[in-house]
Ligand binder design. Structure first.
Ligand code: ADP
Ligand code: MG
Length: 255
């Protein structure tokens, strides 16, 4: 039965999608059967894997009950990696889901029949704690929280942890925090080094060892519709994501 990881942080632009796409690609490349579900209406993960954002059926159809998750699976150019694409219309789910009692468990129910086919399932969340992210957190076993090493890094993290605790208590007792991942780190700046120190001091034992550096190749890979690990497998960004994927797999095996 596959382990489900939600990649979540209500802040935008912290590296959620980049992490979801690249970790999925690294894990798939290591031979694990991997599924990435894009639940952000911006569909950046979908596009970043070279898939059109008007693909039908997609995750909106799954969450609305128009098709099964199995029917919405799409192949990617990467062996062992399949995706359930997002669609801009998915934004409507933010108003539709709350009108339907019990809709927090839609994704979990949709996954029930498919989990067994995959070793790893990654959920790329939108930048909010709205109904789509709640659906992801209810379906997930573990959460990875990307944190950009910038001045406001700690801002909002306490609120996110409160939300995770609430979901754990009320809706998904299995949920655990895999850890926080420091992203877009510029080791030449004192600010980035200070932020790293501060986040590690604030959340001891909760921050992954691997740090993802700011790297031009990581930023440009999505415009080619591929993960950086395929765009330029030997750049420092790709190296860091390979290291991080290993850390995730190792940590998962321990628990
Ligand atoms: P989120 O999904 O949290 O909104 P993204 O993963 O889309 O964040 O990242 C925001 C922007 O930063 C994107 O343009 C992405 O390509 C870029 N980016 C992410 N990580 C890096 C990195 N390590 N180095 C350079 N650019 C990055
Ligand atoms: Mg994103």
């Amino acid at each position: 039965m596959g382990t489900v990881y939600a990649i979540a942080n209500q802040k935008g632009g912290v590296g959620k999608t980049t992490t979801a796409v690249n970790v999925a690609a690294c894990i798939a490349e290591a031979g694990f059967s991997t599924l990435l579900i894009d639940i952000d209406p911006q569909a950046n993960a979908t596009l970043g894997l070279g898939i059109a954002k008007d693909t039908e059926p997609n995750v909106y159809d799954v969450l609305s009950g128009r098709c099964t998750l199995e029917e919405a699976l799409a192949d990617t150019a990467i062996d062992n990696l399949r995706v359930v694409p997002a669609h801009p219309d998915l934004a409507a789910a933010n108003t539709e889901l709350p009108r339907e009692p019990g809709s927090e468990t839609r994704l979990r129910e949709a996954l029930a029949g498919t989990r067994g086919e995959f070793d790893y399932i990654l959920l790329d969340c939108p930048p909010s704690l709205g109904p789509l992210t709640v659906n992801a957190l209810v379906a997930a076993d573990r959460v990875i929280v990307p944190v950009q090493t910038e001045y406001f890094a700690l801002e909002g993290l306490a609120g996110l942890l409160d939300t995770l605790a609430l979901i754990q208590r009320e809706l998904n007792p299995r949920l655990t925090i895999a850890g926080m991942l420091l992203t877009m780190h510029d080791g030449r700046t004192r600010l980035a080094r200070d932020v790293e120190r501060e986040v590690r001091a604030h959340f001891p034992a909760l921050v992954f060892d691997t740090v993802i550096p700011r790297n031009v190749r990581v930023g440009e890979a999505p415009s080619y519709g591929r993960p950086v690990t395929h765009h330029d497998p030997h750049c420092v960004g790709a190296d860091a994501y390979f290291e991080f994927a290993k850390e995730v797999v190792r940590a998962g095996a321990r628990t």
